[in-house]
Ligand binder design. Sequence first.
Ligand SMILES: [Zn+2]
Length: 119
Amino acid sequence: MKQMISILDENLEYVEQECLFGEDIIYVKSKLTNGICPYCGKMSNRTHSTYDKRYLKFFAGDKEVRVILMNRKLFCDNQMCTHTTFAQRIPEKPDFEERKARFEDAYRRHIKSIGLKVG
Ligand SMILES: [Zn+2]
């Protein structure tokens, strides 16, 4: 799974996976711990909290698969800034659509191979 996640983005890291109501939910987070405040341009690496953000949703067979990004909220320490916190942004890869297709493909093959082992 760790390898598979890097197909989407090398800066994403696999955290955990759970199966909930027949859905596969994969949690990922950014390897980058810092971010640039969009309001003032200052760099910060002080984490305020994390929140779940939907990153990807697709079907593998009749199973719904969701990739959830545990996105960081960072403090902006610039006292002149109008905001005290901001959400870390993960720049979208220019070839994201292609990466997404490759990831979905790899995931479907992965599920199939598990199915074969179990069955
Ligand atoms: Zn700021």
